[in-house]
Design a protein around this ligand. Structure first.
Ligand SMILES: Cc1ncc(C[n+]2csc(CCOP(=O)(O)OP(=O)(O)O)c2C)c(N)n1
Length: 535
């Protein structure tokens, strides 16, 4: 057993967990940890605000399947993490967030930069720890990685007082992690699987609703086998986009208040809804009412999700990949696909001389043929992206689905590019969202992260502006973003190449220029404030 400081032990555990990169900002209460990091091979990315550190860790985690790690100091550093942590929690993203804390003897005395971050984040972390006993640090960190990455994944926070970081301990990594009371159930109950098979085979109009859980569990192939054997139309939540290729003949699109007509129609006509890895919250259901005529099979790793928003006939707690492969072993083949008529109703979008957002997104799809990772921000552009981009592979459409956090897109793209440097990474953003965390252009420049940013500039908080147009009879308040900077000059200030696109004639050329540019690139697309979210 070697003797070392807690700070050094923390770095050793991170190394043993295979951590290669950490996103964060240092400060006085976390300096011993940073000092220990100095002599390790772990890369540290200095962000410009801590919220971006969590989003970057999230983009990294979502593209690699690993746990994303972020670090902040006590007080304001820790509170700046909060939106990012809540965003990761809502979308089940595995993150370990490490925060420095004031000296243990001063906790509770409102000293400089003290905040109760474990108390504050308790409702939206999967678990969190305030480390009081230095001897427990190794076990706690190991547990944190285990909890974040197993069962339904999510963020775990570890708050380490500065005096604890400096204490010496005997360092030994435990071989196994056994957490009493925490035993995620991966295998579905055989009886429920049998009932699910019977329900699917006896249904006339089955529909699969695929959520983020399908992507998280890597169940896309199993899903494709099921739907092809049983000829089942697939609809997805925002988080489930990409769980099967969006050009699959049985894919009908995203459901919900901002969903596609065909998908919502199929949902309304189904006599059996197979919900996989989704919680069907309000936005996913929109104004669709689940009636008694519809049976529901709900597969989810988290028992708390089953029955939360919709009553379930066949609940199956388990990992989507495992449950689907069990179902596939028993399921027969069906002859006919019942939703041809619905599929045929696919809307044709107007092809006029104006430059519409869907033209841009479809041109991006064409030019890259889906060989990219897309991240989005939140607003109309998020929905335009969800409806119009070709998403070929699971995990290549990364968005803040649950919390709807403006500012997520660009930092998530940075993290994604660190995770998958071999892939083109494109952030789709709006002028409102972009300005929430635009300081990350400095991180892009400093770290030379060659992502592409497509910024739909409608000088509006477009989605809210549209809401005010419809619901407040045009009484627009606080949705006009006049005072926006000149984004070309802004990009130049950060040393990033950019281009402004204003007309349809220049569209192909602009996407080609963006695609062939080797470094980071900002493409501003001048957009009418009156473009509807759903044309
Ligand atoms: C942090 C945060 N604040 C406020 C909102 C509420 N909100 C949802 S969409 C939106 C407008 C987004 O504007 P922009 O990024 O320009 O996108 P657009 O809708 O114009 O495409 C706002 C303010 C939010 N989702 N997140």
């Amino acid at each position: 057993m070697a003797k070392m400081t807690v700070a050094r032990a923390m770095v050793e555990v991170l190394k043993s967990e295979g951590v290669e990169i950490i996103f964060g900002i240092p400060g006085a209460a976390i300096y011993p940890f940073y000092d220990a990091l100095y002599s390790s091979d772990i890369k540290h990315v200095l962000v410009r605000t801590e919220q971006a550190a969590v989003h970057e860790a999230s983009g990294y985690a979502r593209t690699t399947g690993k746990v994303g790690v972020c670090v902040a100091t006590s007080g304001p550093g820790a509170t700046n993490l909060i939106t990012g942590i809540a965003t990761a929690y809502m979308d089940s993203v595995p993150i370990v967030a490490i925060t420095g804390q004031v000296n243990s003897s001063l906790i509770g005395k409102d000293v400089f930069q003290e905040v109760d971050i474990t108390g504050a984040t308790a409702p939206f972390t999967k678990h969190n720890y305030l480390v009081k006993d230095p001897k427990k640090i190794v076990r706690i960190l190991k547990e944190a990685f285990y909890i974040a990455s197993t069962g339904r994944r999510g963020p775990v926070l570890i708050d380490v007082p500065i005096d604890v970081q400096m204490q010496e301990i005997e360092f030994e990594i435990p071989k196994e992690i056994d957490i009493p009371g925490y035993k995620p159930k991966e295998k579905g109950h055989p009886l429920q699987i049998k009932r699910a098979v019977e329900a699917i085979e006896s249904s006339k109009r089955p529909v699969v609703c695929s959520g983020g859980g399908v992507i998280a569990s890597g169940a896309s192939q199993e899903l494709q086998i099921l739907i092809e054997k049983q000829k089942i139309p697939v609809i997805s939540t925002l988080m489930g986009i990409g769980s099967i290729p969006t050009d699959h003949p049985y894919y009908l699109g995203m459901i919900g208040s901002h969903g596609q007509k065909e998908a919502n129609l199929a949902l309304r006509q189904a006599d059996l809804l197979i919900v996989i890895g989704a919680r069907l919250a309000d936005r996913a259901l929109g104004d669709t009412k689940i009636t008694d005529n519809m049976k529901i099979i709900h597969i989810d790793i988290d028992p708390a999700e089953i029955g939360k928003n919709v009553d379930t006939n066949v609940p199956i707690v388990g990992d989507a990949k495992q449950v689907l492969s069990e179902i596939n072993k028993r399921i027969s083949e069906r002859k006919d696909f019942w939703a041809h008529e619905i599929k045929a109703q696919k809307k044709v979008l107007p092809d006029d001389d104006k430059l519409h957002p869907y033209d841009v997104l479809r041109e991006i799809s064409r030019a890259y043929n889906g060989d990219y990772i897309i991240t989005t921000d939140v607003g109309q552009h998020q929905i335009w992206a969800a409806h119009n981009l070709y998403i070929k592979e699971p995990g290549t459409f990364i968005t803040s689905g649950g919390l709807g956090t403006m500012g997520y897109g660009v930092p998530a793209a940075i993290g994604a590019k660190f995770g998958r440097p071999d892939k083109e990474v494109i952030a789709i953003t709006g002028d409102g969202s972009f300005q929430m965390l635009l300081q990350e252009l400095a991180t892009i420049k400093r770290e030379q992260v060659p992502i592409k940013v497509v910024l739909f500039n409608n000088t509006r908080l477009g989605m809210v502006y549209e809401l005010q147009k419809k619901r407040c009879t045009g009484r627009f308040i606080a949705t006009c973003l006049d005072g926006n900077p000149d984004f070309m000059i802004l990009a130049k200030a950060y040393g990033i190449e950019s281009m402004r696109l204003e007309s349809k004639e220049k569209l192909k050329e602009a996407i080609e220029i963006m695609k062939s540019h080797k470094g980071p690139f900002l493409l501003e697309v001048v957009t009418s404030p009156d473009e509807p979210t759903i044309p």
